[in-house]
Design a protein around this ligand. Sequence first.
Ligand code: AR6
Length: 301
Amino acid sequence: MMDEITAAIAAFIKDASREHLQDVLESMKRAMKAGEMILVPVEDGTAQRMTTTRADGTIAMVMYSGEEEASRSEGTVVSVELTAFLREVLKREEISGVEINPEGTRMFLPKAMIQTMLFEEQPQENEIFFEIGDITELECDCIVNAANSSLLRGGGVCGAIFRAAGWELDDACDAIGHCATGEAVITKGFQLKAPYIIHTVGPVYSGKKEDAALLASCYRKSLDLAMANEIHSIAFPAISTGIYGYPLEEACEIALVSVSNWLADHLDYGMAVIFSCFDQTTYNAYEKCINRIEGKETETC
Ligand code: AR6
């Protein structure tokens, strides 16, 4: 399959037609789907990816479409999964795209094209999943942080996300500065597998009526913001149910209802929503709510 990419690029170099470009993109998409590895040069003795400065002054990451092309590299070459590599390119702000085979059949793939390829692979149907475990480990387009309104490194899931994303996240959050309760803001995912993080601030539980509306707003606004950024898979923790003290089952019901309503209002968008459950207790709470909601629906039928 890597030979296919090499051949498609060679054909495009000879004749830069739209059809040949399409062939390159299609062969890359097939390689992504098959989990193919590509060859990437790294600085000697480190895992640091090699970059190249293009004629227009922008910086591109380098990849090789085959062994022969890679043999011309001056650096050490390592094998990396194509999809993971392209996601990494998207996450790095200073990078303008990928220079394929810079010493041979040189071809530049701009970030916008990579973005289209990656997001085209997403499901076209709306789906809901439940995953027990650490949200920072999930491989989806975006994970949601149960943030505080100052967007500072906190405890709970927020602390775990900041630790996994690295110090660049502190800087990105400082630059935004504030997020009101029930609102959402977006940053890159930095060292996370997910390219984006949406930070939303849940209500501190007070037992008042406003709590539910604010919590529902967190889910709705996060999904709106995700859609505005062409995100098609998003993982939510159980917002407000830890340090902010929201009773677990009440919060799970609000989460399920507001996400289901949003999905019903955006049937054609194709969003996969993952409810990330840190433990079995949270998973059981969602399950109980689903049974209760379905029970209610049956009663009224
Ligand atoms: N993955 C998935 N879920 C997790 C993880 C994880 N790694 N860690 C904890 N949870 P909390 P809040 C669950 O307290 O109540 C922070 O300091 C946890 O079991 O993280 O909205 C912020 O900066 C619980 O079910 O968020 C704010 O100041 C859920 O995540 C404040 O806490 C939410 O618990 C926000 O409090």
